[in-house]
Design a protein around this ligand. Structure first.
Ligand code: RP5
Length: 194
């Protein structure tokens, strides 16, 4: 097999590529059944999913097409960097990256793309997530990672932040965000204490 063939073979074997962007020529064609993902949720381990499913559920409530993958800055470094490099051309607009401990995933992903990357520090056994928070938030100037709170609050807010970014160019999402805030406010105003 020539060099080109080998390169294509490598590309096909990457299991977690984002879904391909819908080509411009399909504008007049029937809409695809599964829309391309606008948000990619990445996490360093399957053990992070219990927390990160919160982000996925929040995006689903706003009907935002998204995909979730396990990949690690340490255990699968080439998969993580390849995903980050391809995400933009596949139609992804925001990446959420969650990791715990020496949490480098968000930073590594941000190093390989100019898409906005939102980092969610996972609660860790050893230091309760303080290690994850500092590893994610302390990026050197030049490669930004927007870091959210530790754990489920961070996962929810990462999704809401991603929606807010997407809403800048999508009036229907902006409307849903206003409705969400109004409903949230109503709930707090009507809270009854025993
Ligand atoms: C990180 O190490 C993961 O993001 C996870 O939060 C932490 C522990 O991973 P496991 O040992 O549970 O796979 O890479």
């Amino acid at each position: 097999m020539g060099r080109r063939g080998e390169k294509n073979k490598e590309r096909r074997e990457v299991p977690a590529s984002p879904r391909p962007r819908v080509p411009a020529s399909s504008v007049v064609a029937p809409r695809p059944r599964v829309p391309a993902s606008l948000v990619a949720i990445l996490m360093g381990s399957k053990s992070d999913w219990e927390t990160m499913r919160t982000a996925s559920e929040s995006l689903a409530k706003f009907d935002v097409p998204h995909e979730s993958h396990v990949m690690s800055a340490h255990r699968t470094p080439s998969l993580a960097s390849e995903f980050a490099r391809q995400a933009d051309s596949c139609g992804v607009e925001v990446i959420i990256a969650a990791a715990g401990g020496a949490a480098h995933l968000a930073g590594v992903i941000a190093a390989h793309t100019i898409l906005p990357v939102l980092g969610v520090p996972m609660k860790s056994d050893a230091l309760n997530g303080l290690d994850s928070l500092l590893s994610t938030v302390q990026m050197p100037a030049g490669i930004p990672v927007g870091t959210l709170a530790i754990g489920k609050a961070g996962a929810t807010n990462a999704a809401l932040f991603a929606i807010a970014i997407l809403a800048n160019s999508r009036p229907e999402l902006k409307k849903k965000l206003h409705e969400f805030r109004a409903a949230q406010e109503k709930k707090v105003r009507e809270a009854k204490l025993d």
